[in-house]
Every structure is written in structure tokens, then in C-alpha cells.
Design a protein around this ligand. Structure first.
Ligand code: SF4
Length: 394
């Protein structure tokens, strides 16, 4: 059965073939602009509401919701129809609200320091499974408007390109989010970067680098053996030349591994010609990787060194570390003993938390100013642009 956000507009029209033509727009608007469950669309007849609720089921089943950072970070573990689990994280900042979504259940890339990679790959997510994560987060964020979406959760988005791109189209065209507020990240899939360069929406690109020499990157990021730095750099050059947009390099700082002065110098050599923005992320702990993240003083020193080398650099503010919701910690399951407030969501509670949103403005109709890798100027801040927050530690 097609889930409600897997159904495209023509599928909804087919479902409503026995209804007046205007119903299609009414239902589509209910799903995307008003973020409603079909059962709550009070502007359609009750019998049709019940039918739609049955024929357009949700893709995300009630799971576990965990809240931390004084309510400013919310992590969900969702169960999908086939029993697989995925995680989504919502983060409120002063002037913006960002959701980090998963694009795959698990991940095949096997990055050494990442809990998702340590758990292995299950499958690609569907368009609807991706879009519904955003819709659920947008509802939960109310009365705040969801402003940013980052594809930095579980999985490598460019390994599921077709569905990710179709989902991005829905987020932009139907949910109303600005493409400039959507960020796709990659661990370095060169051919995916080329496809992104030719795509028709100006989304942001974040490349998770973590090492700027092949020997170290081969160890940290196995994909580097297929796309070594020369090939990745060439893809980045083509991307910048084709789009005229600035990209960002993500760098998870690992103690005595990639935080030495020589690492900063190598990173600067790669970033400078591309005019890339660098986001530093102190590595978060995961059960399968013993080396800790760089201590705060080392992070600050690395940041200063990069800036002295002329590289625009920020340090990402960590969110949700205590609930395994931070960079590199998503693994679709409770693991370390929750330090936040956890609620196991029953279907009834899911319904009560997800219905009757009080939205008056579509999520993309926001006046929030949002930094992006293409527009962020060098500055003294030590916080990364919110649209560059990465939860799978790429
Ligand atoms: S860092 Fe990203 S690409 Fe690497 S294993 Fe984790 S989710 Fe996959």
C-alpha cells in the first residue's frame, strides 16, 4: 500500500477519482501545507477522511521520542513497515529550527567512527519515508516554523540519489521550504556530486572530509579507496565551477588523529582553491570507536590555525550528545542509557501530538535569516551554520 507521502499528486488524484476535482488540491494542501493527518482534514467529508486514513497510511510507525537540551533537541526512533528503524533529530536554535533526516536505514559506507556505519546497511528509504520525517518534525516544531532541513542523519544521501532528490523536490515545491535552506551532505561520492551540480535546485552541499591525505582518509572513510582525494577534489571543482556556489567541508576532530598542525595545513591546501567553508565537529563517542574526540582546547587551536591560514572556519555546536542524537551517534536504537526525557509513543499519543497543527504560515514562508556555505562570511563565531549540522559525523 502506498504511504501518504509516497503517493504523488497523480496517485492522490487517482484515489479521489470519484470525488469533485477540487478535492485533490484540498487533500494535497492538507498533507503538505497544513501538515494534517487525513483523519483531521475537517474540510472533507467524514467518510472520505476515514477512507484516506486507511488508504494513505503513514510510513513512520510510533517509536521512541527523546528530548534533551531543555527541550531544544528532539530525537525520534521510527519503525518502518518492514520493522527497520531510522532516526530523525529536530533542533531549535535562537532564530531557526532545523531537522536532520535519514536517507537510508543504516549505511554501507562503514566510516570507522560513526555508529550508523558500525551498524551496517539495511535499505534505502523511500521518498515518502524521507518526506514524512520532515512533516512530523514540522508539526512537532509548531508554533515555531521549521526553517532548515539537513540530510545528515543515517545513510549516505547520494547513494540514494533518485529518492533523495525527489524528496527534495517535494520539500521545496509542496512543503514550501527554500532550496537555500536544504543541505545535502556526502562522504565523498564523486559521481553524486556531479549529479548534484547539474540538478535544478540550488541546495547546499556539505562534503565530509575528515582527512586531507589518502593514507589517513583510507582508514577513516573506506569510500576514499574508490574516490581518492584527487577524484573527490576534481568533483568539488566541477561542482563549484558549474554552480558558482560555495561548499562546506565537514571535519570530525579526532584526538591525535586528524587534529595535528600538518592536518590543518593539508586541509587548508584543499579548501583554499575551492573557497570552501570548514565546519569542525568535535567527534562524539560511539561504542565501536575507541579514540575520543579532540579536547576543547585542541579544537580551538585547530580552528585558530585554519583561520590563520585564511580558511573560513566554524566549530559546530554539539546537540543531543546525551541522547545519542549528535554527530555520528545515530544507530536506530537506544544504547547508552538515556540522559534526556524519553517517551515511548503509542499510536494514540502519536495521534495526539501530530494532529490539528496550528500552523498559519507554511514552513518555507519564513523570514529567518539562515547562513549557508554559499553565503556565510568568515566571522568570529564558534558555532556552525545550522544548515551544516551533521548528525552522522560525515
Ligand atoms: S558518516 Fe555518514 S557515510 Fe559514513 S558511515 Fe556514517 S552515515 Fe554512513
Amino acid at each position: 500500500m502506498t504511504t501518504r507521502y509516497d503517493a504523488d499528486r497523480s496517485a492522490v488524484a487517482e484515489l479521489l477519482a470519484d470525488q469533485p476535482a477540487y478535492r485533490v488540491g484540498q487533500v494535497w494542501d492538507g498533507l503538505y501545507r497544513r501538515l494534517l493527518d487525513p483523519g483531521d482534514m475537517t474540510d472533507v467529508p467524514n467518510a472520505l477522511r476515514q477512507r484516506l486514513a486507511h488508504e494513505l497510511p503513514p510510513a513512520l510507525q510510533p517509536g521512541v521520542e527523546t528530548v534533551s537540551d531543555g527541550g531544544n533537541t528532539v530525537k525520534w526512533l521510527w519503525r518502518l513497515a518492514d520493522g527497520t528503524g531510522v532516526e530523525t533529530v529536530l533542533m531549535h536554535y535562537g532564530d531557526r529550527t532545523t531537522v536532520c533526516v535519514s536517507s537510508q536505514a543504516g549505511c554501507a559506507m562503514g566510516c570507522a567512527f560513526c555508529a550508523t556505519g558500525q551498524a551496517g546497511f539495511e535499505r534505502n528509504l523511500s521518498i515518502g519515508e524521507i518526506v514524512e520525517q520532515v512533516v512530523r518534525a514540522a508539526r512537532r516544531a509548531l508554533p515555531r516554523r521549521l526553517s532548515n532541513v539537513v540530510f545528515m542523519g543515517m545513510g549516505e544521501p547520494l547513494a540514494n540519489f533518485e529518492r533523495v532528490w525527489a524528496a527534495i523536490g517535494r520539500l521545496h515545491h509542496d512543503l514550501g521550504l527554500s532550496a537555500r535552506h536544504l543541505t545535502v551532505s556526502t562522504i565523498g561520492m564523486g559521481h553524486g556530486i556531479d549529479r548534484l551540480a547539474g540538478a535544478d535546485l540550488p541546495v547546499n552541499l556539505a562534503v565530509s572530509l575528515h582527512a586531507a591525505n589518502d593514507a589517513l582518509r583510507d582508514r577513516l572513510v573506506p569510500l576514499n579507496r574508490r574516490y581518492p582525494l584527487a577524484a573527490l577534489n576534481a568533483a568539488c571543482e566541477r561542482y563549484v565551477a558549474a554552480t558558482r556556489r560555495r561548499l562546506s567541508f565537514e571535519w570530525a576532530l579526532i584526538d591525535a588523529t586528524n587534529d595535528r598542525p600538518s592536518d590543518a595545513a593539508e586541509l587548508a591546501e584543499l579548501a583554499r582553491p575551492l573557497r570552501a567553508h570548514v565546519n569542525l565537529i568535535p567527534l562524539n563517542p560511539t561504542p565501536g570507536y575507541a579514540t575520543p574526540g579532540t579536547p576543547p582546547a585542541g579544537v580551538a587551536a585547530f580552528c585558530r590555525r585554519l583561520r590563520a591560514l585564511g580558511i573560513t572556519t566554524t566549530v559546530r555546536r554539539n546537540r543531543g550528545t546525551g541522547i545519542d542524537a549528535a554527530c555520528g551517534q545515530l544507530a536506530a536504537g537506544p544504547r547508552r542509557g538515556d540522559q534526556g526525557r524519553t517517551v515511548r509513543l503509542s499510536p494514540a499519543r502519536m495521534a495526539s501530538t501530530s494532529t490539528s497543527p496550528r500552523r498559519t504560515t507554511p514552513p518555507g514562508h519564513t523570514t529567518d535569516r539562515t547562513s549557508s556555505p554559499s553565503t556565510t562570511a568568515p566571522g568570529p563565531t564558534t558555532e556552525a551554520p545550522p544548515d551544516a549540522v551533521r548528525l552522522a559525523a560525515r
